[in-house]
Structure formats: structure tokens, C-alpha cells
Write a protein that binds this ligand. Structure first.
Ligand code: ADP
Length: 279
């Protein structure tokens, strides 16, 4: 993903938050007011109360890239609201393709994916930004803007969509407090440790109050001691109601946190269980 696209993605998330009027008090929402009905009507219809549809559903999904590589094949899974899921598997297994399919960065080739009420096989182009606004992303390489301080990095996307200064201050303060970085609000990324930079990345992901946080190897560039802190923060964000999907190679971390573990190999789910015993 290019820098511009990343920023658009972040911006989209902020726009969603602004459109929702979503504030810190809404973190534990159980229904996304922006989710459309699955018949693909314009996405302002509330998901029916008590809707039993999982937040994420893959039914017989295939993804074949143009070069003929079958990156995902017959993938079936359900992830409910409020879950914390580790995704593990060897390099080349299809983990990134899986997250890209969720974000609709890649189109599925066959099967069906539902995310937050959106049917991805028929989603319209104008709905894709709305889908993405329900997601917060955390990257292995942080992707902070070096010329901006911590506050500005978290606030950036909200400014672009014209959120009020008071709203931005309130939400960014909430997010920075949540990750324990309120005192570093004026620091530049290069004045922070890797762990601190990733905490800024977490604040940026959660400031827009997403339904889902997708963290792709978030501890990959972080000191091992700090890895636990990052996962602990994701755990806290999850406890407040946000569904978390974390792709990782760090099996000890996975074992220590006793969450649901989905193992992908050769493009499909080969194990799915609680607690990491499969590792
Ligand atoms: P992982 O994240 O588990 O390492 P990926 O989803 O990146 O796995 O890759 C799965 C398979 O798809 C690999 O064989 C990889 O080479 C291939 N692949 C990934 N992205 C592309 C692409 N854009 N075009 C063609 N092949 C790709």
C-alpha cells in the first residue's frame, strides 16, 4: 500500500468516526450504526438488534492472484464481535492476503465474505471507504509521519475530515492516555523507542473508534520486552469492545495470552482453537 493510500485509509477511518459522532464513550458499542443490511442497501441502516451474523464471515473463499498463485483456497471462518484472534502460519501461508481481503484491498476470486454487514462480493465502490472506516490498522513498521509530533500523528486524519478542534483534542487525549503516552504528545517519532512508536500506532488505530483493529505483526519491530506491552494494550482495547485480529510469528506471545488462534497454511485454515496449544 502506498503512503497516500495508507493516509487515505486512516483518513477514511477518521471520517467514519466523525460521521458517527463516535467518541470515547462509544468504544464498547455492540452494533455498528454504519453497517448496512446484507442486501447491500446504502450503509446507514443499523444492524438489526440482536443480529446473529458474525462480524467477519468467510464462506468458501478463494483468492487467486493474476500470476496464478492460489493465495487463499476454500477458507471458511467466523469471527464474532468482541473476539481477540491471533492469526499464525508460515511465511507465504496467506495471512496478509487474508487481512487484505478483509480490508477489501484485494478482491476475492470466489466464495463470499461478510464484514460488518457488508457483502464483499457485491460491495459498491462508494461503499469501500465506509467499510474501511470501521477498521483501525496497526502496521509492523509503525508508519508514523516523521515531521509530525505524537499528538499530530494521531490527530492528522481527524483534521483532514474537519472534526472540530475540541473533538480532536478530546479523542486524541483519550487515545494517548489509553496507551500511556499523554506525556509524550509533543515528541517526534524519532525521539521515541520502537515500543513507544507502536503505542502511537495503536492510539492512531483506536482514535476513530473502529469496530475492528487489524494488527499485522505489530510487535515485529519492537523490543521483545515491549511486545507484551503492545499485546496487553491490544487486549485492553479488546476488553473495551473492539474486535482485534493480530497476525504474528511470535508463538510464545500467542501461548501466553490464551486467545483464539487461527492457523493458516497453504491458503486455508488448518487449525482454529483457544489458547495456542496448536503451536
Ligand atoms: P503471508 O502473509 O502468510 O506470508 P501472503 O498472503 O503474503 O502470505 O502470500 C500468500 C501467497 O500469495 C504467497 O505465495 C505469495 O507469494 C503470494 N502473493 C502475495 N501477494 C501477491 C501478489 N500481489 N501477487 C501475486 N502473488 C502474491
Amino acid at each position: 500500500m502506498s503512503t497516500i493510500e495508507e493516509q487515505n485509509f486512516t483518513v477514511n477511518s477518521a471520517e467514519q468516526a466523525a460521521a458517527d459522532g463516535a467518541g470515547e464513550k462509544a468504544v464498547d458499542r455492540t452494533a455498528d450504526s454504519t453497517a448496512p443490511r446484507t442486501d447491500d442497501k446504502p450503509p446507514r441502516t443499523a444492524t438489526p438488534a440482536g443480529s446473529s451474523r458474525p462480524l467477519i464471515e468467510f464462506n468458501g473463499v478463494y483468492k487467486t492472484y493474476k500470476n496464478g498463485v492460489h493465495a487463499v483456497r476454500d477458507m471458511n471462518l467466523k469471527i464474532n464481535r468482541g473476539e481477540f484472534v491471533f492469526v499464525v502460519g508460515p511465511s507465504g501461508a496467506g495471512k496478509s492476503t487474508f487481512t487484505k481481503l478483509i480490508m477489501r484491498e484485494e478482491k476475492l476470486s470466489a466464495g463470499e465474505i461478510f464484514i460488518n454487514g457488508y457483502r464483499l462480493s457485491t460491495i459498491r465502490n462508494h461503499q469501500i471507504p465506509l467499510l474501511r472506516r470501521t477498521m483501525g490498522l496497526v502496521f509492523q513498521d509503525f508508519r508514523l509521519i516523521p515531521t509530525m509530533n505524537v499528538f499530530e500523528n494521531v490527530a492528522f486524519a481527524m483534521h483532514v475530515v474537519g472534526a472540530s478542534n475540541a473533538e480532536i483534542r478530546r479523542r486524541v487525549s483519550y487515545a494517548l492516555n489509553m496507551v500511556g503516552l499523554a506525556k509524550k504528545a509533543k515528541s517526534k517519532p524519532n525521539e521515541l523507542s520502537g515500543g513507544e512508536q507502536q503505542r502511537v500506532g495503536l492510539a492512531r488505530a483506536l482514535v476513530n473508534n473502529p469496530s475492528i483493529i487489524i494488527a499485522d505483526e505489530p510487535t515485529g519491530n519492537v523490543d521483545p520486552n515491549m511486545s507484551y506491552e503492545i499485546v496487553e494494550l491490544l487486549n485492553e482495547i479488546n476488553r473495551r469492545g473492539t474486535t482485534v485480529i493480530m497476525v504474528t510469528h511470535e508463538h510464545q506471545l500467542v501461548r501466553d495470552f490464551h486467545k483464539r488462534v487461527i492457523m493458516i497454511d497453504n491458503g486455508t485454515v488448518v487449525a482454529d482453537s483457544m489458547g495456542g496449544d496448536i503451536l
